[in-house]
Ligand binder design. Sequence first.
Ligand SMILES: NC(=O)c1ccc[n+]([C@@H]2O[C@H](COP(=O)([O-])OP(=O)(O)OC[C@H]3O[C@@H](n4cnc5c(N)ncnc54)[C@H](OP(=O)(O)O)[C@@H]3O)[C@@H](O)[C@H]2O)c1
Length: 292
Amino acid sequence: MLPVRPLGPGGRAVSSVSYGAMHLSIQERPSEREGITVIHAALDAGMTLMDTANVYCLDEHEIGHNERLIARALIERGGAAGDVLVATKGGVARPEGRWEPDGRPARLRAACDASLGALGVDRIALYQLHTPDARVPFEESVGALAELRAEGKIDLVGLSNVSAEQIRAAERIVPIASVQNRLSPFFREALSGGVVQYCTDHGIAFLAYSPTGGGRLTRKLPSHPVAARIAGRLGVSAHAVVLAWVLAQSPAVIVIPSARRVEHAVDSASAATLALADADLAAIDEAEFSRS
Ligand SMILES: NC(=O)c1ccc[n+]([C@@H]2O[C@H](COP(=O)([O-])OP(=O)(O)OC[C@H]3O[C@@H](n4cnc5c(N)ncnc54)[C@H](OP(=O)(O)O)[C@@H]3O)[C@@H](O)[C@H]2O)c1
C-alpha cells in the first residue's frame, strides 16, 4: 500500500503516486498485452488511481482505446481491482491525430456516454474537462459536467489545463474535486501562477501531469547534475527524486507519471515514500532544468 492523498473535499483517498496511462495508447505504444502488463504492475505497486482520457489513442477512429485497455486490465484482475479509481476526460478531439479542444456541451455529453461504454461502468468516478475551449464559454463546458453529475453519470468533477481564475469560475457552478495541470522542475507555471496554492487552500487535489517533464525532457534526468547527484547519494533514480520534489510542493499534489515499461512504473511508485531533505528540495528549487 502506498501513502494516499484525498481526491478533493470529502473525496476518496488515492495513492500519491498514481498512474497516467496515456503512453499505452499514443504513438510508439507497446502491444495491448504489454500495456496490460504495465497496468497490472502499477496496481501491484500500490497505485490506486488510473488517469486516462477518451482521446488517448492515435486518431478519431479509435477514440476510447486507452479506456478500453484499462477496463480490460481491471477485468483481468477481478475483485482485486475494486479499489481502483479510474479518472477520465472529455473535451478534446483527435481529427487526423491532431489534438483539438472541443468543449461544446453536446460533444461533452456524447463523449461522456462513450466513455461510460468504453470503461464498462454505470458511473465515472472522476470526469475531467480536458482543457478549456476558447470557442466555447468556459461556464457552458463546466455546466455540461454539472449536468452529467446531476444525472448520476459522473461522481466527481475535475478540470485540466486551467488557471486559478477558471477554477474559481467553475466552483460557482459545481464542486471541483481535482485540477490536472503540468508540473515538473522543467515547467513550474502551476506554482508561479498560483494554481497549486489555490488547490491547496480549497482542498482540491492537484494532479501533476508530465511530472518528470514528459518525453525528451524525462530522458535528460539521469544526467541532470543536481537530480543525479541527489539520486546517487540516496541510491534511487533521478526520476524518483524529481517525483518526490513534485510531491513535496503541496499535500494536495498527486503525481501521475506514465510508463510503458514495468520497471519504470515500479520505480515511480517508490517515490511515494521518498522524503527529500530540505537541502535537497532547495537544491532542485534553485537548479536550472533546461528545456533545450
Ligand atoms: N491533462 C493533460 O492535458 C495531460 C497532458 C499530458 C499528460 N497527461 C497525463 O499525465 C501522464 C504523464 O504525463 P507524460 O507521459 O507526459 O509525462 P511523464 O510521466 O513525466 O513522462 C513519461 C515518460 O517517463 C518515462 N519514465 C517514467 N518513469 C521512469 C523512470 N523511473 N525511469 C526512466 N524513465 C521513466 C516513461 O518511459 P517509458 O514510457 O519508456 O516507460 C515515459 O515515457 C499521462 O499519462 C497522462 O495521463 C495529461
